[in-house]
Design a binder for this molecule. Structure first.
Ligand code: CA
Length: 232
């Protein structure tokens, strides 16, 4: 069965560009212009991925994402003209998987779509081994290897690195990471996160001031970079 991408975009020129692009690259798609029809379409078509604009005629795209997240884990990419860091953080915190600002490059968008779809397959396959470049996670034994050597990690370091390994190439906000690794109630403990990022970087980065794995997304959070990754 072919995967359908659902577009929620009210700007006719952007919508047209997306449709032409998807047609050219062989993606099936369905387009909607507001929240209301988007929800009906979502329920009717069972799409594989959502591209969501934030400024919609009948409300904010974030509200739509919030509604979707109550019922589905479908990958969501926000495509918006809003460049403000706070908006980006809010969209990611409400459950978007990625965020692209307009004007956007078609190649960048396609790359993000592929990465998001691939990641979703990895997450669903319940693998017990995850590989990312020189890192290897064994979920069953709770060991993480770096260049074939077992890393000595504290429990929090393990949980943090595991969370990164399971969410590669995805912008993760400070709040998201704190909530997932430390738990509810820790969302604002930014200093905890910074401290652990530093100790982790010392263990897995060749040069911790110029990290290859844990990239800082200034003002937003972190992105764990994997050029080669797979789950088994
Ligand atoms: Ca709009």
């Amino acid at each position: 069965m072919k995967q359908i991408i659902q577009i929620i975009e009210d700007d006719p020129s952007v919508k047209k560009l997306l449709e032409i692009t998807f047609k050219e690259y062989g993606f099936e798609y369905v387009s909607c212009e507001n929240k209301k029809t988007a929800m009906m379409t979502f329920l009717g078509y069972n799409p594989a991925l959502l591209i969501v604009d934030l400024g919609l005629p009948d409300g904010d795209g974030k509200e739509f994402i919030h509604q979707i997240r109550e019922i589905s884990k479908i990958p969501i990419i926000v495509l918006s003209a809003r460049h403000d860091e706070k908006e980006i953080i809010a969209a990611l915190d409400v459950g978007a998987d990625d965020y692209i600002t307009k004007p956007f490059s078609v190649n960048e968008l396609l790359a993000r779509i592929r990465a998001t779809l691939r990641r979703n397959i990895n997450e669903e396959s319940l693998c017990d081994k995850v590989v990312c470049n020189d890192l290897e996670l064994d979920i069953l034994t709770r060991d993480i290897y770096f260049k074939k050597e077992k890393l000595k990690l504290t429990p929090i370091e393990y949980e943090l690195l595991k969370y990164f390994l399971l969410h590669p190439n995805k912008t993760l906000t400070h709040k998201q990471i704190l909530k997932e690794v430390w738990g509810t109630g820790y969302q604002n403990e930014m200093q905890y996160l910074r401290t652990y990022i530093n100790t982790l970087r010392k263990k897995i980065e060749d040069n911790s001031t110029r990290p290859n794995y844990i990239k800082t997304e200034s003002g937003i959070g972190y992105r764990f970079s994997c050029t080669k990754n797979q789950g088994f």
